[in-house]
Design a protein around this ligand. Structure first.
Ligand code: SF4
Length: 90
C-alpha cells in the first residue's frame, strides 16, 4: 500500500490528523500512525525494529531508518495504518 496516499490522493497532514493519525516527526519525513486502523500484523516491526518497536516510547523513531528505508517499510503496511509525508515535498 502506498503510504503517501489515501484513496489515490496525496495525503496532507490536515487530513491525517483529522482522521486520528498521530504524528512521529523525523528529519526527512514525518510518519503518521492510526491505532484504530492498525491490524497488528507486525510488518513494520519485522521490517525495521529500529524504527518501529512496540515496547518503546515513542514506538516510532523515523530518524532511525532514513528516508528510503522508512518509506520501504511503511509501504509494507497492509492496513493503511502507517502513512508518511516527505519534507522535500516529493
Ligand atoms: S504493519 Fe501496519 S497494520 Fe501491521 S502492525 Fe504495523 S502499523 Fe499495524
Amino acid at each position: 500500500m502506498d503510504g503517501s496516499k489515501i484513496n489515490d490522493k496525496q495525503v496532507t497532514e490536515e487530513v491525517l490528523l483529522e482522521q486520528g493519525y498521530r504524528k512521529y516527526s523525523g528529519e526527512d519525513l514525518d510518519i503518521y500512525y492510526s491505532k484504530e486502523i492498525c491490524a497488528h500484523i507486525g510488518n513494520c516491526v519485522l521490517g525495521n525494529p529500529e524504527v518501529f518497536e512496540v515496547g518503546r516510547r515513542p514506538w516510532i523513531i523515523a530518524d532511525n531508518g532514513g528516508l528510503e528505508e522508512d518509506i520501504r517499510v511503511i509501504n509494507t503496511c497492509p492496513s493503511g495504518a502507517l502513512k508518511y509525508i516527505r519534507k522535500d515535498g516529493k
